[in-house]
Design a binder for this molecule. Structure first.
Ligand code: 48H
Ligand code: FE2
Length: 258
């Protein structure tokens, strides 16, 4: 017979155990859009203790709505092997452009990231950085509902050996770090260079090139990488986001192996 209190107890115990585990992670990804999810997948698959935080109820970031709420996205030919690895089907539009259902694509990425061994914490907001001796060593986190309701409730803290800012256009963690520490980044100005106007072909190449460490212990991927290093936007073409997340995971894995 089902017990009402056992149901509550099971959720509470399991969640708290996972939360406790997560408090000291090897890799933490802030933001569960396409680039963060791909990074979580490859880190989790490599056996690294990985946590992905997203402030929203539904992870997936900006992929659900396709282009202008038409729920299709475009990917380029070079990312077909990644989609195949994820089990996500796409359709050729011409030799270079392929279309994918945005719902099938993002739900596939979420599923694969969740199955990879990474812990996904939705409804958790990164609110600040933990910096010790010139290195990002953790995050300050809070329930998203605290932020949404403007409640004055102090946060909790977690440790991480490497952190990825995958928060999209806002580059929320990089922005917070600069707000706290001044122009300490590995960018031309030391601060955020800011996103540049639309040019899909350039933006897609730049987002991969801009995926790297920007401060000791802090990596950037996806739109956060272009906002940090000054890349162009690219609209609803997503191959660059996938390649960026994969590149971020590879760089973080190399660092963790040192
Ligand atoms: C916890 C947070 C916080 C926080 C934000 O925007 P995303 O989808 O990010 P990417 O970079 O993987 O993908 C970008 C893509 O969606 C896009 O916007 C493109 C290609 N645009 C081109 C154009 O021209 O506009 O996801 C970011 C995620 C979201 O789910 C947020 O909820 C989450 O990060 N997030 N999570 N703590 N402080 N801030
Ligand atoms: Fe966008």
């Amino acid at each position: 017979m089902l017990s009402d209190t056992k149901i509550s107890e099971a959720i509470l115990t399991t969640y708290t155990d996972r939360f406790k585990q997560m408090l000291s992670s090897d890799a933490v990804i802030v933001g569960g859009g396409p680039s963060g999810l791909i990074a979580a997948y490859y880190l989790g698959k490599a056996g690294v203790k990985t946590t992905l935080l997203d402030r929203r109820l539904s992870v997936g970031g900006g992929m659900w709505g396709g282009g202008m709420m038409m729920n299709q996205i475009v990917v380029q030919k070079s990312v077909l092997p990644i989609l195949e690895e994820m089990g996500i089907a796409c359709k050729a539009y011409d030799a270079e452009h392929y279309t994918v259902s945005s719902v099938a694509c993002i739900s596939g990425l979420i599923f694969r990231a969740a199955q990879s061994g990474a812990t996904i914490m939705n409804l958790v907001t990164m609110e600040d950085a933990v910096v010790r001796e010139g290195r990002l060593e953790g995050l300050v986190i809070n329930w998203s509902t605290v932020e949404m309701a403007h409640l004055m409730v102090d946060p909790l803290m977690m440790d991480a050996r490497v952190v990825l800012d995958a928060t999209g256009h806002d580059a929320a963690l990089v922005t917070k770090l600069v707000e706290r520490m001044g122009p300490v980044l590995n960018t031309p100005s030391g601060g955020l260079e800011g996103e540049k106007p639309m040019w899909a072909d350039h933006g897609e190449k730049q987002v991969v090139a801009n995926t790297r460490e920007v401060y000791p212990g802090l990596y950037v991927s996806g739109m956060a990488a272009n906002a940090t290093f000054g890349g162009q936007r690219m609209g609803p073409v997503f191959g660059g986001m996938l390649l960026s997340g994969k590149k971020a995971a590879e760089a973080m894995l190399r660092r963790l192996a040192q």
